[in-house]
Design a protein around this ligand. Sequence first.
Ligand code: ADE
Length: 369
Amino acid sequence: MDLDLDQDWLRGVRAALVGWYDESARALPWRRDRDPYRVLVSETMLVQTTVKAVVPYFERFVTRFPDFATLAAADLDEVVRAWEGLGYYRRARQLHAAAVRVVSEFGGRMPDDPTAIQALPGVGRYMAGAILSFAFDRAQPIVEANSERVLARLLAVRGDTRSGPIRERLWLAAERLVPQQEPGRFNQALIELGALVCAPRRPACLVCPLASLCQARRQGLEEAIPEARPRPAPLAVVEECAIVTQGSLVLVVQRGAGGLWERFWEFPTIHVEGADPGGRALGPDVDLARGVQLLTGVQARIGAPVKSIRYSVTKHRVALTARRGVAVSGALEPGPGLIDARWVEPRSLADLTMSSAGRRLAASCEWLE
Ligand code: ADE
């Protein structure tokens, strides 16, 4: 595959883009230095997550875990707890695993070799390009959500950007464009233009530094590229959980390996209806009282609903109803899919990693305090 890009056009794009970036870029905390650790942390957080959501998490995370050695030595539960609320928790586990590898195999320093970098857990083609260009100023291309849109428009690439051949064309374009001089700054600029100017809908072409060089704009296709992706309707799910108390204590369980919320704590929950996003062990054939007993060993009298919430996870839209329960008898015994079941003081829930749904339920049950 070849793109046959004009040298003057390439030079024009680079100069205009970097000039604009120097004037207009946001002062984001991960742009203050070129520490490969901070590049890996920030880029991992930024996958599928907005800059606005990431900034406070990033600041807290690098204060608490300032380098590979500290992160590698930290308890995985503590790392996931620092990630709580950011979603896609597999990223936190992979980041921890990557830190362990950097320490055990490379003495705590990120290697600058593309093959070694790509072999780290959670590091794909984009992340490797980001580390090599941002931290080591290597002329390596990047394509992520923002730059993909900029590249597709610049070259008027039509079709679904998820398809293999189109992705390859965009990577090739990124490779041709990235300059030998300050490639990291150029790649950040590509991302920044996509975030601030070349927006998904109604791109601000009037203020775009690349407007006169943009092939989509020349053809009047800037709104038609990239092609809109049809969004499937969310899958409806119904769940129930029990907030069971015994005296002043409340019953929580810890989920085992696998699934979306590995090692997270929650109130004992059963899946009642629809496609199950959480891989729950107990489904519609048990009622909540029986579910609590199977999940925890505790027999409880289940009462009225105390709170209903809705949350979205991956392609699911979940309605979760919490019922109050009072323990009658039983010894704690974690059931299927769980690694622990405990009675805890309500105020110590704050120390446990919980999904945002669990956290919302805990916060709304003022009688738990
Ligand atoms: N999204 C992905 N990487 C980014 C970065 N380095 N700055 C801003 N947004 C981003």
